[in-house]
Design a protein around this ligand. Structure first.
Ligand code: C2E
Ligand code: CA
Ligand code: CA
Length: 730
C-alpha cells in the first residue's frame, strides 16, 4: 500500500514538475513576446517622433504655422514654430489677429474668409501683413479649407489651414523689381550670362550697343553675335573667355564688329558670380560704349599736336620732334638746316581780307608749302604767319639755297581768294646744326635773327645766320630805352576788364590790362611793348607796376565793401624766370592789406613750355598764398594736357580765337572737348573775347563758369570799373 502510495506520489510529483516546467516555458515565451512587442512599439514611436520632427522642421523651414479651427465649439488649435500646440478661443483669436493685420489688408482678409465660410469659394486664400513682436510688418500667406459642414444646413463645422511667412520672398521680389528697373534705365550695357557664357538677360542699352533686339540675343553664346571670321577676332574672344575662366574677371577695351553691322569701341567688364561653394553660376558684365570717349581722345590728341587751321604740326610738336630727332640721331646726322619762314606784310593783307580771308590764305599757303617741301624732315606752323622747316643736308640732296628757291618760287604764284588774285612774298632765315649751335632753342633763335635781318632788308629774301646779326638786337635797344623812360615818367596805366558769371551776369572780378599812355602817340596797346620788355629785364619792372596798381585798387574796392573782389593779372614767361615775382606779390599784399584770394595769376601755355623745377616751385608758392592760377589763351598752339596735371592750375581760359569761331561745327567740337575735359579735371572755365549773344549762348550751354568780352564790357578805367562794379554786383 505504502509502496503503491509512494509510486502514486512520485508520479504526481513528476506531473507537477512537468506542469511547472511547462508553465515556466510558457511564461518565458510570453515574456519574450512582450519584449518583442515593446521593441516594436518603441520603434513605431521613434519613427513617429522622427516623422513629426521632420514635419516641424519642414514647417519651420517653410515658415509654416498650421491651424485647426473647430467652428462649432469656437476653439482653434495653433501649432507654433517649436511644435507646441495652443488651444484658444477662436473668437478671441480672430479679434487679436484682426488687430494685428495691417489696416490696408484687413478688409481683404475678412472678405476672403466670409466668402469661403459661405461656401462660395473652393478655398480660403489671403496675403496680408501682420505686426510682429518687433513692431514691424511681415508679409504672410494664409490658406485654408472647411473640411466639415453640417449635412443639412451646410454650415461650416470644422476648418484647417496653414499660414506661411513670405516676408523674405516679398523682399526678394521687390529687390528683383528694383534690379530690373536699374537694368532698364542704366546708361551702360548690362548682361547676365549662364555658366556656359550664354546670354540669360540683357538690358536696352546693350541692344543699342549691339544693334540687336533682346530676343535675338538671349540664349546665344557671348560671341555668337559678333564677327568671328578672322583668326585675330577668334583669338581675342578666346583670350577674353580664358581670362574670365582663370581669374573670374575680365577688364579691357575692345573694338567689336557685331553681326548686325554695328562696329563699336567698348569697354568690357565681366565678373564671375559664385555660390557658397565657390562654383561659378553666372557671369555679369558691364559694357560701356567708348565711341564718344575715343572721339574726344582723338580730337584732343589732334589738338595737342596739330594746328587746326593749316593741318600742320604745331610749335609743340615741332619742338618735340626736333628734340627727339637730335637726341636719337646724334651720331648719324651730318648737318641740319633750320628755316624760319614768315609772310611779308601779312598784317595789312590780313586786315584787308578780313579774318576769314586771312585764314583761307594761310590754309592755301600751308598746302602749297607742304607740297613743295616734301623732302623736309618737318614743316610746322608756329603761330599766325610763322612757319618752320627743317631739312637734313647732305651731298646727295639739293642744297639749302635750292630748297629756299623752290619755296620762294612756289609761293610767288598768286593765291585765289574770293575770285581775287593775291600775291605774296616770304622772308626766310636759316641756321645750321651743328655750325651755329647744337641746342634747339639756340638754333631757333639764330634762324629767327636771320629772319629779322631778311625782314629788315625789305623782305622777299633769304638770310643765313651770321654773327653780325647782333645788330638787330641793337635796334630793339632803342625801343627799350624809350620804354625805360616811360616807366620812369609813370606813363604806364592799367585798365580793368570785368568778368561775369554765366548764370546771372553778376560781376566776379576784373582782368587788369596794361597800356602805355604815350605823350605824343596816344594809348599804345600792350602787344607792341610787352614783347620787347620780355626780352629785357623791363618786364619785371612792368610787372611790379601792374601788381602794385592792382593791389592798391583792390584795397579801395575792399574799403567800399567789395571784400571778395578778384583781379587777375598777366604774367609773362620772363617774369617767372627772372623777376622776383613772389617778392613783388608779397610786398603788394602786405602794403595794401589785401589777401591772396583777391588775386589771380594768368599765364600762357608757352610759359609752361619750359617745364623746370624752379617754375613749378614758384607756382606752388603762389598757390600756397591762395592765389588762383589761370591758364590763359588755352587751346592755341601748345595745349599739352600734361601741364594741367603737372602744375597747380585752377582755371582754364579759353582763347578768344576759339570763341570767335563759334558757329563753325568743327571748332565748336573742339571747344566742347576742351570744356568737358577741363570740367572733368575740376577746373573753373573762363571764356574770353565774347562779343555776340550766339557765342554767349553756346558757351552757357556748355556750363562754362565765367564770361569776359566786349559783349559785357571793354577794359575800363578805374572810375568806369568802379561804376560797373556798383551796377553789377550781386
Ligand atoms: P590777353 O591776356 O589774352 O588779354 C585779353 C585781350 O583781349 C586784351 O587785349 C583785351 O582787351 C582783349 N579783349 C577782351 N575782350 C575782347 C573781345 O570781346 N573781343 C576782342 N577782339 N578782344 C577782346 P589787350 O589789352 O590789348 O592785351 C593784349 C595782351 O597783352 C593780353 O592778352 C596779354 O597777353 C598782354 N598783356 C596785357 N597786360 C599785360 C600785363 O600787365 N603784363 C603782361 N605780361 N602782359 C600783358
Ligand atoms: Ca589774359
Ligand atoms: Ca587771352
Amino acid at each position: 500500500m505504502t509502496k503503491q502510495l509512494n509510486e502514486q506520489l512520485n508520479i504526481e510529483m513528476k506531473k507537477s514538475q512537468d506542469t511547472s516546467q511547462e508553465l515556466h516555458n510558457y511564461s518565458q515565451t510570453l515574456e519574450e513576446k512582450i519584449k518583442e512587442r515593446t521593441v516594436d512599439l518603441e520603434n513605431i514611436h521613434l519613427d513617429l517622433k522622427n516623422k513629426q520632427t521632420n514635419l516641424v522642421l519642414a514647417h519651420e523651414i517653410a515658415g509654416l504655422i498650421p491651424w485647426d479651427w473647430n467652428i462649432k465649439d469656437r476653439k482653434i488649435t495653433l501649432t507654433d514654430k517649436l511644435n507646441r500646440t495652443h488651444l484658444k478661443n477662436s473668437d478671441l483669436h480672430r479679434a487679436k489677429l484682426l488687430s494685428l493685420i495691417h489696416p490696408d489688408d484687413s478688409e481683404h482678409f475678412k472678405t476672403e474668409m466670409r466668402l469661403h465660410l459661405r461656401g462660395l469659394t473652393e478655398r480660403f486664400e489671403a496675403t496680408y501683413r501682420v505686426k510682429q513682436y518687433d513692431d514691424k510688418w511681415y508679409w504672410v500667406h494664409d490658406i485654408g479649407s472647411v473640411i466639415l459642414r453640417d449635412p443639412r444646413s451646410k454650415r461650416p463645422l470644422h476648418m484647417v489651414g496653414i499660414r506661411r511667412d513670405i516676408h523674405q520672398e516679398r523682399q526678394d521680389q521687390e529687390r528683383l523689381k528694383l534690379t530690373a528697373s536699374v537694368l532698364q534705365q542704366a546708361a551702360e550695357g548690362i548682361i547676365i550670362l549662364d555658366e556656359d557664357f550664354k546670354y540669360i538677360e540683357i538690358n536696352p542699352f546693350f541692344e543699342q550697343i549691339t544693334g540687336f533686339k533682346r530676343e535675338q540675343i538671349i540664349g546665344k553664346h557671348i560671341f555668337d553675335i559678333t564677327e568671328n571670321y578672322k583668326a585675330r577676332q577668334r583669338s581675342n574672344h578666346n583670350q577674353i573667355i580664358t581670362q574670365i575662366m582663370q581669374n573670374g574677371i575680365y577688364d579691357g577695351d575692345v573694338t567689336e564688329k557685331f553681326l548686325s553691322g554695328k562696329k563699336t569701341a567698348i569697354r568690357f567688364h565681366i565678373n564671375a558670380v559664385k555660390d557658397e561653394q565657390n562654383r561659378t553660376i553666372n557671369y555679369i558684365g558691364i559694357i560701356s560704349d567708348l565711341t564718344e570717349q575715343k572721339l574726344q581722345e582723338q580730337r584732343l590728341s589732334y589738338l595737342e599736336n596739330y594746328d587746326k587751321l593749316t593741318d600742320l604740326p604745331n610749335r609743340l610738336y615741332y619742338h618735340d620732334q626736333l628734340h627727339q630727332y637730335l637726341m636719337s640721331q646724334k651720331d648719324s646726322i651730318q648737318q641740319l638746316a633750320i628755316i624760319r619762314l614768315n609772310i611779308d606784310r601779312f598784317r595789312p593783307i590780313n586786315e584787308y581780307l578780313s579774318n576769314r580771308g586771312g585764314d583761307e590764305l594761310l590754309r592755301q599757303f600751308s598746302q602749297r608749302l607742304r607740297l613743295v617741301t616734301s623732302e623736309a624732315f618737318i614743316v610746322a606752323h608756329l603761330n599766325s604767319d610763322n612757319f618752320a622747316i627743317v631739312y637734313e643736308v647732305s651731298h646727295i640732296r639739293p642744297s639749302i639755297n635750292e630748297h629756299c628757291e623752290r619755296i620762294t618760287k612756289a609761293l610767288h604764284t598768286p593765291f585765289n581768294l574770293d575770285d581775287q588774285e593775291q600775291f605774296i612774298t616770304v622772308s626766310m632765315g636759316v641756321s645750321f646744326y651743328p655750325e651755329h649751335g647744337r641746342q634747339i632753342d639756340y638754333l631757333n633763335n639764330c634762324a629767327e635773327l636771320a629772319l629779322f635781318e631778311a625782314k629788315r632788308l625789305g623782305g622777299n629774301t633769304v638770310k643765313i645766320y651770321s654773327n653780325e646779326m647782333s645788330r638787330v638786337v641793337d635796334e630793339s635797344n632803342q625801343l627799350e630805352r624809350e620804354l625805360r623812360h616811360a616807366i620812369h615818367n609813370d606813363e604806364l596805366i592799367v585798365h580793368y576788364q570785368p568778368k561775369v558769371y554765366f548764370e546771372n551776369h553778376k560781376i566776379q572780378g576784373f582782368e587788369v590790362l596794361v597800356r602805355w599812355q604815350h605823350p605824343t602817340k596816344g594809348l599804345i596797346p600792350p602787344n607792341i611793348f610787352i614783347p620787347i620788355a620780355e626780352q629785357t629785364s623791363l618786364i619785371s619792372e612792368i610787372g611790379q607796376i601792374v601788381i602794385d596798381k592792382t593791389a592798391q585798387q583792390i584795397q579801395i574796392w575792399k574799403s567800399m565793401g567789395y571784400e571778395d573782389i578778384r583781379v587777375s593779372f598777366n604774367v609773362a614767361a620772363q617774369q617767372l624766370h627772372r623777376g622776383n615775382l613772389l617778392n613783388t606779390i608779397d610786398t603788394a599784399i602786405n602794403k595794401y592789406h589785401i589777401s591772396g584770394q583777391n588775386l589771380e595769376l594768368e599765364l600762357t601755355e608757352s610759359t609752361l613750355l619750359e617745364n623746370s623745377h624752379a617754375m613749378k616751385k614758384t607756382l606752388e608758392e603762389i598757390s600756397k598764398r591762395d592765389i588762383q592760377i589761370s591758364l590763359d589763351d588755352f587751346g592755341t598752339g601748345y595745349s599739352s594736357l600734361s601741364y594741367l596735371t603737372d602744375f597747380p592750375i585752377d582755371i582754364l581760359k579759353i582763347d578768344k580765337s576759339f570763341v570767335s569761331k563759334i558757329g563753325q561745327p568743327k571748332q565748336e567740337a573742339i571747344i566742347s572737348a576742351i570744356v568737358t575735359m577741363g570740367q572733368a579735371m575740376g577746373m573753373t572755365i573762363v571764356a574770353e573775347g565774347i562779343e555776340t549773344a550766339e557765342q554767349l549762348n553756346f558757351l552757357n550751354n556748355l556750363n562754362c563758369h565765367l564770361a569776359q568780352g566786349y559783349l559785357f564790357s571793354k577794359p575800363l578805367t578805374e572810375t568806369d570799373a568802379t561804376k560797373f562794379l556798383k551796377m553789377n554786383s550781386a
